[in-house]
Every structure is written in structure tokens, then in C-alpha cells.
Ligand binder design. Structure first.
Ligand code: FAD
Ligand code: DHB
Length: 402
């Protein structure tokens, strides 16, 4: 067996794990990343695209903001289309100058991977059977297999950045964690295509046939979504069927501009929320999707992963720079406060913008629930105060400091 040593063992080379690794490296805090897939596989996952300003600042702090600053698109706002009318949520004006940046998760992961390699930091891709041990002690270990060899890392902390299906959360005894789950009976069918996007900024559409979102990755690449029942399978949706449905749900002037083309990727993401409490067990921390999932509306998933990283980075920097270990238990509390806000906001937007055939909440049948949600949306869009409530949360609530 090969023995390794580091300060922080990071499980998962998604955006959470790689960003944490880079930030720690800026303060000279040694870390090793363990990823079960290949780098190409990780880069093949098409996911998020809208970044809060706090995340952008964090990427810059990690020394990974150059391409983002050059190629990322600043979006001043977005449209909400409902009842045949388009309402502009002017993020910049409503929040006193804050905006979001459109830059794909794949590009972020690429930049973080390149930076990690350039800095000569240690990563093991295709690391199998990763398993944390003794995380309640001051001497945790992580074992894994790589290219037929057994390895063990001795470390101070383990960061579980390994997504919803990872090993980190499962290694916390069930009696020591609570999992809160909710699920909608629908998902988003997403299509990526190399076609000029229908709009310079995003359009969230509420249509009687269901929700649709026109998003983008660049001037040449579109990312579009339509709400579909969870019973639909992606194989049942030809590109033509997607384009027809998407066009129907767009505002007419956007539908006229729509340029279609072959899909590069097509998948259905279920709409659900999940929070694990607490987000730590001794010296093991859960970061990003390992600890929580949000419904996609509002683009909070990746952004909450980033705010977890910010909280954990502060804690670990304090441990190593000030010798203060008392701050360690505060990670979960700080990260969770923002996570609950994110899940609440995403559910709120989902409720107002989607079609509900079967949702019942408490004593409300779907017809009444839908009418309340419609009235809520109209109320919030009609007033500047209402639009500000949406804008403030969309650009991202402030990060908490220790
Ligand atoms: P992940 O990106 O899941 O990374 C975890 C990494 O850990 C993976 O590389 C995985 O291979 C690795 N891993 C897992 N198990 C192990 C193990 N046992 N050992 C070692 N490594 C392991 N968010 C948005 O904001 N907007 C969107 O449009 C959006 N779309 C999404 C679509 C889909 C289909 C999904 C699944 C998510 C989407 N999200 C979206 C959410 C967003 O992509 C995630 O919040 C983000 O990827 C979280 O990053 P992460 O690093 O925490 O987890
Ligand atoms: C995207 C996804 C979202 O959930 C959202 O609210 C906005 C944009 C996207 O993938 O581009």
C-alpha cells in the first residue's frame, strides 16, 4: 500500500472540489483531489451556466478568472414572459449595480483543471473505492485504489465534494444526519445546440403548456429547456419535437427569430430539492451537491456549491493561519443558512413559473394552487419592490463571513 500525506483530502473533481483545491493552494494549504471518473468524462457533463457575482469573485481569487473575464457575458437582467407580456427584471438597476455572468460550468471546470495542472497540484483521476476513515479523530484517512495499487492518505480534513451520488455523505452514519427531500412530478428537458441564441439575455417563459427557458452559453451556442412530465424519456423527444414545443412556448417575436439546428446534448433533469443536515461530521465536510440539490429554476445549484466552498475556505484558512480550530464546527451552520435561502428561492420561482397538473400542497388542490401562484407572479412583477425581491435573490445573497 502506498502512503500519502496532505492537509485536506478532497473527494470529487467537479467545480466544488477543484475550486476549493485552488483556493487552498493560494494560501499554501496542501491538498489532494480524488476523482472517480476521467477528466474528459467530467468535462463532458453539460450543466449550469449563470454565475452569481460572489462566485465570479471567488474564481478570480483562486487565480482562475482570466478567461471568464475575457469570454463570460455580463447579463444586466432577464425577461419573464407571462400572459403574453414580457417583463424585464433589470438586475443592475434593481440591485444598485449587481449583475450575473453567463459562462458555462464546463468552461469553469476546464479553467480550474488547467490551473491545478499548471500549479503541479496532486490529483488522482479514476480513483476507485474512495473511502474516508476516522473522521471524528484528528487524524482522518482516505483510502482508494488507483491503477491497481492501494493508497491511503493521512490528512487533517476531508472535503466531500463528490456530488449527490458520492461516498462522503453515505459515510456519515444515518443516525447523525437528516435528509430533507421534495420532488416535483416534472423535469426540464434541456437541449444544447451550436445555433445563435434567440436572445442576448435569458427569457423565462410561463406558458399554458408549461415552462420554457431560453438560455445561452455564447453568441454561437444556445441552451434551451422545456418543462416535461417525469414520465417522459429523452429518447421520445426528437430534436424536431423539442424545437416545435420550445417555439410554441416562446414570446411570438422570439419564436420568429428562433434558429434551430442539431442537438449536441439532450437530457432530462428532474426538478427536486434535497438538503442534508448538518453538512459536516467531525472533520468531514459536505460541499455542493454532496449536501444539497435545488430545483433548477433560478440557477442556484452551482452557485450554492460556490458559497459552500467560500465558507469552508474561510474556516480552513483560519485553522491554518490563526491556529483557531474552534471555528471548524461553524462550517455547516454558515453554509446551510445560504442553502436554505437558495432552496426556498428556487422553489418559489419554480412554483410561479411552471404548470401544475398534480401538485397539491397541504389542503390546496392543483387548480387553486396554480391560481395562487399565477396571482403571486402577477403581483410581484407589477411592482418595483416585487421585481427587486426577485432580482436581489437572483444575483445572489451576500456570503457570510466568519
Ligand atoms: P458535481 O459537479 O456533481 O461533482 C462531483 C464530482 O465527484 C464528480 O466529478 C463525480 O464524478 C465525483 N465523484 C462522485 N462520487 C465519487 C467517489 N465516490 N469518489 C471520487 N469521486 C466521486 N445548476 C445550475 O445552477 N444550473 C443548471 O442548469 C444546472 N443543470 C444541471 C443539470 C444536471 C443534469 C445536474 C445533475 C445538475 C445541474 N445543475 C445545475 C447543478 C450543478 O451542475 C451542480 O450544482 C454542480 O455540478 C455542483 O458541483 P459539485 O462539484 O458540488 O458536484
Ligand atoms: C440555466 C439554468 C437555469 O436553471 C437557470 O435558471 C438559468 C440558466 C442554464 O443552464 O443556462
Amino acid at each position: 500500500m502506498k502512503s500519502l500525506n496532505t492537509r485536506v483530502a478532497i473527494i470529487g473533481a467537479g467545480p466544488s472540489g477543484l475550486l476549493l483545491g485552488q483556493l487552498l493552494a493560494t494560501r499554501g494549504i496542501d491538498n489532494i483531489v480524488l476523482e472517480k471518473e476521467t477528466g474528459d468524462y467530467v468535462l463532458g457533463r453539460i450543466r449550469a451556466g449563470i454565475l452569481e457575482h460572489g462566485f465570479v469573485d471567488l474564481l478570480r481569487e483562486a487565480g482562475c478568472g482570466h478567461r471568464l473575464d475575457a469570454e463570460g457575458e455580463i447579463h444586466d437582467g432577464f425577461d419573464i414572459y407571462v400572459n403574453g407580456e414580457t417583463h424585464y427584471i433589470h438586475l443592475r438597476e434593481l440591485t444598485g449595480g449587481t449583475t450575473v455572468v453567463c459562462y458555462g460550468q464546463v468552461e469553469i471546470t476546464h479553467d480550474l483543471m488547467d490551473a491545478r495542472e499548471a500549479a503541479g497540484l496532486v490529483s488522482y483521476y479514476e480513483a476507485l473505492d474512495v473511502q474516508p476513515h476516522d473522521v471524528l479523530s484528528d487524524h482522518p484517512r482516505v483510502s482508494f485504489r488507483h491503477q491497481g495499487e492501494e493508497y491511503e492518505i493521512a490528512c487533517d480534513f476531508v472535503a466531500g465534494c463528490d456530488g449527490y451520488h458520492g461516498v462522503a455523505r453515505q459515510s456519515i452514519p444515518e443516525s447523525e444526519r437528516t435528509e430533507h427531500h421534495t420532488a416535483y412530478p416534472f423535469g426540464w428537458l434541456g437541449l444544447l445546440s451550436d445555433t445563435p441564441p434567440v436572445s442576448k439575455e435569458l427569457i423565462y417563459c410561463k406558458h399554458e403548456r408549461g415552462f420554457a427557458l431560453a438560455s445561452r452559453r455564447s453568441a454561437e451556442r444556445s441552451r434551451y429547456y422545456v418543462q416535461v412530465p417525469l414520465t417522459d424519456r429523452v429518447e421520445d423527444w426528437s430534436d424536431e419535437a423539442f424545437w416545435d414545443e420550445f417555439r410554441t412556448r416562446l414570446p411570438p417575436e422570439a419564436a420568429e427569430r428562433l434558429i434551430t439546428g442539431p442537438s449536441i446534448e439532450k437530457s432530462i433533469a428532474p426538478m427536486r430539492s434535497f438538503i442534508c443536515e448538518p453538512l459536516q461530521y467531525g472533520n468531514l465536510f459536505l460541499v455542493g451537491d454532496a449536501g444539497h440539490i435545488v430545483p433548477a429554476t433560478g440557477a442556484k445549484g452551482l452557485n450554492l456549491a460556490a458559497s459552500d466552498v467560500a465558507a469552508l475556505f474561510q474556516v480552513l484558512a483560519r485553522v491554518y493561519e490563526a491556529g483557531d480550530r474552534y471555528c471548524v464546527p461553524r462550517y455547516s451552520e454558515i453554509a446551510l443558512r445560504r442553502v436554505w435561502h437558495g432552496v426556498r428561492f428556487s422553489r418559489w420561482l419554480t412554483g410561479m413559473l411552471h404548470r401544475f397538473d398534480t401538485e397539491t400542497t397541504g389542503d390546496l388542490p392543483s387548480e387553486i394552487y396554480s391560481r395562487f401562484k399565477q396571482s403571486e407572479l402577477e403581483y410581484f412583477l407589477a411592482s418595483e419592490a416585487g421585481r427587486r425581491v426577485i432580482a436581489e435573490q437572483y444575483v445572489g445573497l451576500p456570503y457570510e463571513t466568519l
